[in-house]
Design a protein around this ligand. Structure first.
Ligand SMILES: *Cc1c(COP(=O)(O)O)cnc(C)c1O
Length: 717
């Protein structure tokens, strides 16, 4: 059953020829010396290709490689990186976290399904938090030695790239993904022909053929299914091209490819997962396909469902309705009528699986809740909200005891801590990157970093953010379709000296991006205070179909150029993982003001806190737990639950202005003789100490292993 991958290798001097291999393993993204190895070969080209090493090696001048081979210092760094790379790839059995702590799971494969993965800006197969979380999950699984195979789709048009026009309106430009210049390799049969997986779609005469691409993420493999295959009817070739593009028909077909195609793919590759994890209901059909396999083999359907459920973990990610797939009877009949006989189920029995109370339609979250025995929400509060939303799925359950746990999200620290802080931590905290990052006492060493050194690291990160913003608007201005007003709205007047608040997230209504504009005069006084000024940086995309979200972006963009606000407001175009990394490390305060209790978790605030950027947020999602850890690590605003709608917004906005004026601003500008804000730094250090271990992906994976994975691997019900 052998298969291999087709790599678009570059011919290069033999002595450094493993750069090819390194360029195809995203491990380089979180191992700084590996990143520098590429960069130092040609720093300008490295930025031109947006830090995509595959493209980089294709474009680099051969002379530069020849020169590198003649440079003993480069070669020694190269050898060191390769040694670490090999140790990472081959230490599976030895000293990984899993082997040391849960040897019973060693060698047991986990299949992890997600409709999106955020791994690196060069691979635009994610739209936001859900995808970035999935990416962090598999990176951390690799670090910990958890055997995992991930499945998703190859979106050749990625998610949208955002351009803001001169009227402040978001234009949606597809991010074209060209497989030959990305870190993806096509999976081939042993004889060199492409490997295909087939699924039936009832509007297509023959089975739909799916090509398969592999992405290496450390020790983990991610497989991407691709319907753009010759021989498939034209309209189906676009099927997997846009992430969350199109209508619910389109979405359903994509989920057939992901769930059903994904299971068939693993079978074809000979991968035998012991347990399975569906990240959100988009992957629900993987459970149905596994039930079908058992029934076709002769098992009765009740037993088959029980067996699938016992080995399956399901995570729900949001209480917001748009996050739950509900399909119509017309849609389900069309694509599943021929599936029922295989399942030995009647139409009614099948529909019962997707039923939620007396609500119309077939609900994929309800389906997942029924076919996965190990369920969780993504923060303590969200666990509670999810039990309340879904308890009626379970016979005799109440909102208090419904079998849905919570595991609070976490972030992959090696991806998200910026290089300046990372270097400062490493000087005083030698064990930091070792096996211990989830342990709180390890982080006490943060307190040993001298304040001036700590502040210098933060200011360097802040300068990097401002430089990155300037470079973005310079490139757009030089490109010719950006006028001077747009340069201004993009933050031309931002300076590192001024207290900077960052707000970056999807422009979904419940996130209330413009809450701080509620009282423009008061905001103006705060921003333009001559002695203690404040500046705001915004970023984020609206869903292409969400005109309400686009309207909010326009409001911010146009306000930014109003001289009344002193040039202190900026909107950064095209929020993606690259600029996200600059933002979460380079602003002074991270703002979040969702409408309670709709922020299931939120993860950008965790990234900020791990960089010493304190949160200033409504107490919702993860921040309820984060702020509880020690209220000297940031600022929490109680939601005004006695009020509703506009009144609630107003009360919460006023509470935020008060904290800003009387708490945050004076503390930030209180300096010692050398200009170092020592009291402020206490808050920064507290943010790191209390949040980095607790909201690390390491801690999250440990919780998954201990609360859900071990049980799912054993097949407990
Ligand atoms: C972390 C991240 C998110 C999620 O942030 P929230 O706090 O959950 O809104 C979204 N987009 C990008 C690019 C990110 O890096």
């Amino acid at each position: 059953m052998g298969f291999k991958v087709r790599t678009n290798r570059v011919n290069m001097p033999k002595r450094i020829d493993r750069l090819n291999e390194l360029s195809y393993n995203l491990w380089w993204t979180w191992h700084l010396p590996a990143r520098y190895l590429f960069k130092e070969l040609d720093p300008v080209l490295w930025e031109t290709v947006k830090q995509n090493p595959v493209l980089f090696l294709h474009r680099i001048e051969p002379e530069r490689l020849v020169k590198a081979v003649a440079d003993p210092a480069f070669l020694s760094r190269y050898d060191e990186v390769m040694r670490t790379f090999d140790a990472m790839l081959h230490s599976q059995e030895a000293d990984t976290w899993l082997a040391l702590n849960h040897p019973e799971l060693v060698g047991k494969n986990l299949a992890y399904f997600s409709a999106e993965f955020g791994l690196h800006p060069a691979l635009p197969i994610y739209s936001g938090g859900l995808g970035v979380l999935a990416g962090d999950h598999i990176k951390e699984a690799s670090d910990m030695g958890i055997p995992l195979t991930a499945v998703s789709l190859l979106y050749r048009q990625g998610y949208l790239q955002q351009r803001i026009d001169s009227t402040g309106w978001q234009q949606d430009v597809p991010a074209i993904l060209e497989p030959d210049s990305e870190p993806v390799q096509q999976v081939m049969n042993a004889d060199g022909s492409p490997l295909y997986v087939e699924v039936d779609l009832h509007d297509v005469a023959n089975a739909l053929r799916l090509a398969v691409w592999q992405v290496k993420v450390g020790r983990v493999s991610l497989y991407l299914l691709d319907s753009d295959v010759e021989g498939n009817p034209d309209w189906t070739r676009q099927l997997a091209s846009r992430l969350y593009g199109g209508d619910t028909w389109h979405r359903l077909r994509q989920e057939i490819v992901l769930g059903i195609g994904g299971v068939r793919l693993l079978r074809k590759l000979g991968i035998e997962p012991t347990y399975w994890h569906a990240n959100e209901g988009h992957a629900a059909l993987s459970m149905i396909e596994r039930v079908r396999e058992y029934v076709v083999d002769g098992m009765d359907v009740e037993a088959a469902m029980a067996k699938v459920a016992a080995h399956t973990v399901f995570t729900t990610h949001t209480p917001v309705p748009a996050g739950h797939d509900i399909f119509t009877e017309e849609q389900i009949d069309k694509y599943f009528h021929s599936y029922w006989p295989d399942l030995k189920m009647t139409r009614e029995e099948f529909y019962a699986l997707g039923q939620h109370g007396d609500k119309p339609g077939f609900n994929f979250t309800a389906l997942s809740m029924r076919l996965a025995d190990h369920r969780n929400g993504v923060s303590e509060k969200h666990g509670e909200v999810s039990r309340e939303m879904w308890y009626d799925i379970f016979p005799n359950a109440t909102p208090e005891d419904a079998p849905i746990k919570h595991i609070t999200n976490g972030v992959h620290l090696r991806t998200w801590i910026g290089k300046h802080m990372r270097q400062a931590y490493a000087r005083y905290q030698p064990q930091y990157w070792q096996q211990q990052q989830e342990k709180e006492h390890v982080w006490d060493t943060i307190l040993n970093i001298p304040d001036n050194e700590f502040w210098a690291a933060h200011m360097a990160a802040k300068q990097s953010l401002i430089t990155a913003m300037d470079e973005r608007s310079r490139a757009r201005y030089v490109g010719g379709d950006f006028d001077a007003w747009q340069v201004l709205s993009s933050g031309a007047f931002q300076t590192p000296k001024v207290l900077t608040l960052g707000f970056a997230r999807r422009f979904a209504t419940y996130k209330r991006a413009t809450l701080l504009f509620r009282d423009p005069d008061r905001l103006q006084r705060i921003l333009t205070n001559p002695e203690f000024p404040v500046q705001l940086v915004f970023a984020g995309k609206a869903h292409p179909a969400d005109d309400g979200g686009k309207q909010l972006i326009r409001e911010i963009y146009m306000t930014a150029r109003d001289p009344k606000f002193g040039g202190r407001i900026a909107f950064v175009e095209d929020y993606e993982m690259g600029i996200a990394r600059n933002l979460v490390s380079g602003v002074d305060v991270w703002v979040n003001n969702p409408r309670y209790p709709l922020e299931a978790s939120g993860t950008s605030g965790m990234k900020a806190a791990a960089n010493g950027v304190p949160n200033f947020s409504i107490l919702d999602g993860w921040w309820i737990e984060g702020f509880q850890a020690n209220p000297r690590n940031g600022w929490g605003i109680e939601p005004a639950l006695d009020l509703e709608g506009a009144d609630q917004d107003e009360a919460e906005a006023n509470a935020m202005y008060d904290v800003l004026e009387h708490g945050i601003v004076p503390l930030y500008y209180q300096r010692d003789a050398e200009g170092v804000p020592t009291e402020w730094i206490k808050v920064m250090k507290e943010a790191i100490r209390t949040c980095a271990p607790k909201f690390s992906a390491r801690r999250m994976l440990i919780d998954y292993v201990e609360q859900l994975y071990t049980a799912a691997a054993r097949g407990e019900q």
